[in-house]
Design a binder for this molecule. Sequence first.
Ligand code: HPA
Length: 278
Amino acid sequence: MSISTADPITDCLNIVRRKWDQTPRVGIVLGTGLGGFVDHMEIAATFERADLPHFPPATAMSHRGRLVCGKVGSTPIVVMEGRFHVYEGHSLDLITLPVRLMRMLGIDLLILTNASGGLNPEFRAGNIVMLTDHMNFMGTNPLIGPNDDRFGPRFPDISETYSQTWRTIAADIAERENIDLKQGVYAAVTGPNYETKAEVRFFRMAGADVIGMSTVPEALIASHAGLPVLAFSVVTNECLAPTSMPVRGEDVVAVANAAAVELQRLLIGVISTCHSVN
Ligand code: HPA
């Protein structure tokens, strides 16, 4: 029996609902090197990309690519292991489909994680940075096209995308847990190349603290839907260091893996506060 409707989000929702009936409080997108987070979950259902209609096979390094449903403690959550990127040639509709699916499942907090280059000279490889804001230098926007009125308005105000309430909670948890949590502005580019030296100077002058190839499309779609976002970036290379070597993808993954343990602790702390926050 075909389940296909005219709407990819509804198609995926129907598949998930056949195996999992809980309402998740939190949705998480795990970026480069952070896939180990699901080891902390009590898993109730998993979906390979091949199980989900419209999902293409995974290609990015270190991204396994399952949708994982379950609990951390007593809190139901849904997790995307990895994401789709503009540099893979995917449409912005597909890149942001997991976020709209999570919204339809019922999440009321979205946590995005990623790997980034450090532009702020005070940031070191391995630092975790909580995003306070972003600059969209991707040259495109997932909200272009007919507005989907189920989620939000045609001209959304996105000035509070990265929820102040949740940022305060996360900063308090980091302090309590002795995690050195930096804060900063993320510049989004499409990649797949890393930046030229002139671009690094430009983005730094523009006021960006970290730079990466993801997160902003998902954050825009969440913000449009009135969904609070928390975003954490692991600095995997220092863009401005005078001695900096050419960036290598393998090193980016290795540094992200090392910082993942602390970031996982922080995420678990945030999830455990969910029952007390509206
Ligand atoms: N630039 C863009 N994206 C990145 C970088 C970078 O230096 N490091 C990890 N992701």
